[in-house]
Design a protein around this ligand. Sequence first.
Ligand SMILES: *[C@@H]1O[C@H](CO)[C@@H](O)[C@H](O)[C@H]1NC(C)=O
Ligand SMILES: *[C@@H]1O[C@H](CO)[C@@H](O)[C@H](O)[C@H]1NC(C)=O
Ligand SMILES: *[C@@H]1O[C@H](CO)[C@@H](O)[C@H](O)[C@H]1NC(C)=O
Length: 270
Amino acid sequence: MEALHRLSFRLLPISLAERCLLTASTTTTLSHAPTSLFKAANSLFNGNLTTTSKSFSSASTRRVAKAGWFLGLGDNKKLSLPDIVKAGDPVLHEPAQEVNPDEIRSERIQKIIDDMIKVMRKAPGVGLAAPQIGIPLRIIVLEDTTEYISYAPKEEIKAQDRRPFDLLVILNPKLEKRSNKTALFFEGCLSVDGFRAVVERYLDVEVTGLDRNGEAIKINASGWQARILQHECDHLDGTVYVDKMVPRTFRTVENLDLPLAQGCPKLGPR
Ligand SMILES: *[C@@H]1O[C@H](CO)[C@@H](O)[C@H](O)[C@H]1NC(C)=O
Ligand SMILES: *[C@@H]1O[C@H](CO)[C@@H](O)[C@H](O)[C@H]1NC(C)=O
Ligand SMILES: *[C@@H]1O[C@H](CO)[C@@H](O)[C@H](O)[C@H]1NC(C)=O
């Protein structure tokens, strides 16, 4: 799931935003940060979402590759990070398989987990499921940080009950609701780049599964963390958020702040 909020549609760590700004043909200068930083970052990602981010990463890849021989930056591991699979690829629309607990400590599974964490952080996003890097296994990673949250408006953080939590890696997760309370908010997905829709999610969930050492874990989550867990566990069943969005709320990121159409339910807890 993308790190989301209303103003900075696709969250950029400051350093990445700055690098984008420095490479972008924008008239906004960094002296107006942070507001203009996000405006510029937004316009960058809105107007030219795919082309810009793609050309940015390939340009920087090329730069590293070219400069690497004398700067010592030729880190092949970094360059070979998997791409995020986009909607339409069957791997995102079919159920994933359980990981054999005996294989969790294998090099292969550990490498998949490491790749997932790197891809999630690079995006950046607050959650990622293995099918999103093309691996049909039941593995999810998630994390929300003080930095990501600091970019969101205070009222929204409160309404969404969004609090930072440390990196979680869960294999073969089983999710159960802990109450019938739900909330409606916009969410987005790294595999459905540039769009948002309202999804109704449970507010309190319990997730059991295995950690990356194969030990049993149990997570009791509420608010935004519960939403992320539901979004990621859905991926393992081949469900993308658009499969359960509130009809007529789907929109581009640029239109996120436009009012909901008549007849749509109000955002917030129900
Ligand atoms: C998007 O990027 C392309 C090339 O990178 C540029 O030619 C075009 O003007 C940009 N469009 C907008 C809306 O900024
Ligand atoms: C949720 O609602 C159903 C009926 O609508 C009820 O049977 C169930 O006990 C409720 N669960 C919780 C956890 O409150
Ligand atoms: C689980 O979460 C609820 C709130 O949703 C909290 O009251 C309870 O103490 C938590 N239990 C554990 C074991 O963390």
